[in-house]
Design a protein around this ligand. Structure first.
Ligand code: ZN
Length: 279
């Protein structure tokens, strides 16, 4: 079977010391492609270098909503320059995150040092990037937390890439799946949903149309529960580091959830991945 990771961040510093082992494990596991998302201006060049060194990497460039508040005056020019200079590059990670401005704790370590852009400012940054994806017919990887109504309205009003876009780790309501699918959405299942407390989200992925289903790791984030993490890496500063080859166990869990064989799921996800991201 061939496996495809629709959303990860393999440029992240936590993985760099483990590259020889990680890339050997990915190849041995049958993982053919890993969409590797830059999320701030600071990491776009690392994504480009990694893509040049490792053919498995599918490079993607975007300004994440967490980083939108710290963009430089030249961010649009920088983004277009990376897209133009990197063969096969797509757009992401972009999006809307109301949680960082309404619910995240002031001392949340993951947000330290970041100016949390208000949702209207995030929406402007998102729309500009999504329009680049539409104009160039590139897939865009979208992060959305606590803003699904606004996201749907924004996408409906926007010019959209004819090939579609990805709602990465979609955690919205099941009722909105058909409306997003109608606009061109694909939905990627993440090990985050394997947590015992996330039954509602597992149910959402039982309803996603088969031709819009993808699988992702978000590695080095989101280490799966131990029973579904056959690969491990040492923690960095007390933070779990997810080995991206754990993708294969997430595929297995999704096949079980949808009551299909692993082979049928893998073939369907391969067709979907290649339709959205190209070969
Ligand atoms: Zn991500």
């Amino acid at each position: 079977m061939n496996f495809y990771d629709a959303h990860a961040h393999l440029q992240d510093a936590e993985l760099v010391p483990h590259y020889p082992r990680v890339f050997a494990d990915l190849a041995a596991a049958g993982i053919k492609r890993v969409v590797t998302n830059g999320s701030s201006e600071a990491d776009w060049s690392a994504v480009a270098s990694l893509a040049a060194a490792q053919p498995i990497i599918h490079p993607s460039f975007g300004l994440h909503p967490w980083d939108a508040g710290n963009r430089s005056p030249a961010w649009q020019k920088n983004l277009l320059a990376h897209l133009d200079a990197t063969p096969g590059a797509v757009i992401g990670e972009i999006g809307l995150d109301r949680w960082i401005v309404t619910r995240a704790k002031p001392d949340d370590r993951r947000l330290s040092g970041l100016r949390r852009a208000p949702i209207d400012e995030q929406a402007g940054v998102f729309r500009w990037q999504f329009n680049v994806a539409a104009e160039r017919n590139l897939p865009a990887a979208i992060h959305c937390v606590d803003a699904f109504g606004l996201l749907h309205d924004s996408l409906r009003a926007a010019k959209r890439p004819p090939r579609g876009f990805l709602l990465h780790s979609y955690g919205g309501p099941a009722e909105m799946v058909p409306a997003f699918a109608k606009l061109g959405a694909y939905f990627s299942f993440n090990a985050n949903f394997l947590d015992a407390r996330r039954a509602r989200l597992r149910e959402v992925y039982a309803t996603v149309p088969a031709n819009r289903l993808l699988v992702e790791t978000d590695a080095p984030s989101v280490r799966p529960p131990p029973a579904q993490a056959p690969y491990s890496l040492p923690d960095t500063d007390g933070v779990h580091v997810n080995h991206p080859a754990n993708l294969i166990a997430t595929y297995a869990a999704l096949a079980e959830l949808r009551s299909v064989t692993p082979e049928i799921l893998a073939a369907q996800v391969e067709a979907n991945f290649l339709r959205l991201f190209g070969s």
